[in-house]
Write a protein that binds this ligand. Structure first.
Ligand code: NAP
Length: 313
């Protein structure tokens, strides 16, 4: 019988964070249980804290199976896979890991954008396949002087804007409210911003509030020379329309870190040479994952000590 406080770990996490949790707490791993019902029945009388990841999240039924639950600590800033409304309605706090991942995610957005515009993966293949020996690669579009529209000017959106400014771009954003302090052009209408933009970058939260926000009409307005970059969530874009428009040439190209049914990526997207695909790696650097882990540990520690959470959602 452990004397450490119990926590339930819903899914696998960054290794060192998982190890540190196990050192400090009596960690029960739901994802390793063969009989989930028996596991939940055994931990339910005691479990007040659950730790999960942004991709695994925590559904209402799992919270209901843990009636003593008081905190869901999320490894990740996006909490769209957690039923936050249910948690709050039932007195369960939720924490996440903002700020520490902002710069890495913004870096990846720019990498995907440059990769798509300057055709970097295609250039890599061109060299490896020996095509260069037969002649030079075709010219590409330029990143310079592009009009970039950011969907969601939050922490990551602002960091993306800062980077884009270094490429002499014109910037605008779309979101629920105008942010005059940003000094950037605001569009209250996403289709209008897409029509104005050469590049559209999604950096808003996922979940029901933004499902399909980047719709067929938005992508059509972006047009045949337009580039769409998604580092937000796959649910934010109509993926079927995205695939269809990229295939027909009605949309220029895309750089995608996130997909609707990860790790499944539509075969239609995989078949397209002019799309850069990446396996949800926005925050996946050693330093950032370690910093996210520290935030999870700090929030759990604060809760057990009766202090306010550091990153309440
Ligand atoms: P944040 O600071 O909360 O920013 C989110 C922004 O989106 C806010 O400015 C918000 O506007 C805006 N927004 C909310 N609803 C919107 C809507 N319907 N349409 C357009 N904009 C909307 O969060 P963050 O730290 O920048 O993170 C943003 C998202 O990035 C996360 O939720 C997550 O899904 C994603 N993410 C992805 C990765 C990856 O690995 N690819 C890593 C980390 C995060 P207001 O400010 O007006 O509320």
């Amino acid at each position: 019988m452990s004397t450490k406080p119990m926590i339930v770990q819903v899914g696998p996490l960054h290794g060192p964070t998982q190890d540190e949790l196990a050192r400090r707490y009596d960690v029960r791993r739901l994802f390793e249980a063969t009989d989930k019902a028996a596991f939940l029945a055994a931990v339910a009388p005691q479990c007040q804290v659950a730790v999960t990841s942004g991709t695994r999240g925590m559904e209402a039924s799992l919270m209901q199976a843990l009636p003593q639950l008081k905190l869901v600590a999320c490894f990740g800033v996006g909490v769209d896979a957690i039923d936050v409304a249910h948690a709050h309605a039932n007195g369960i706090a939720v924490s996440n890991t903002p700020d520490v991942l902002t710069e890495d995610v913004a870096d990846l957005a720019l990498a995907l954008l440059l990769g798509a515009i300057r055709r970097i993966p295609q250039g890599d293949r061109f060299v490896r396949e020996g095509s260069w020996l037969k002649g030079g690669m075709a010219l590409t579009a330029s990143m310079q002087q592009r009009k970039v529209g950011i969907v969601g000017l939050g922490r990551i959106g602002v960091a993306i804007a800062k980077r884009c400014a270094a490429f002499n771009t014109e910037l605008a954003y779309f979101g629920p409210r105008e942010k005059p302090a940003s000094g950037l052009r605001y569009f209250a209408d996403l289709v209008a911003m897409a029509r104005w933009s050469d590049v559209l970058i999604a950096a808003c939260p996922g979940g029901e509030g933004t499902r399909g926000l980047v719709s067929r009409s938005v992508l059509e307005a972006l047009g045949p020379a337009g580039v769409f970059v998604n580092i937000a969530r796959g649910s934010v874009v109509d993926e079927a329309a995205l695939t269809e428009l990229l295939t027909s040439g009605a949309l220029g190209s895309a750089g995608l870190d996130v997909f609707e049914r990860e790790p499944q990526v539509p075969a239609g997207l995989i078949a397209l040479d002019h799309v850069v695909l990446h396996p949800h790696q926005g925050s996946a650097t050693h330093d950032t994952r370690a910093a996210m882990g520290r935030k999870v540990l700090e929030n759990v520690e604060a809760w057990f000590a009766g202090r306010p959470l550091i990153d309440p959602v």
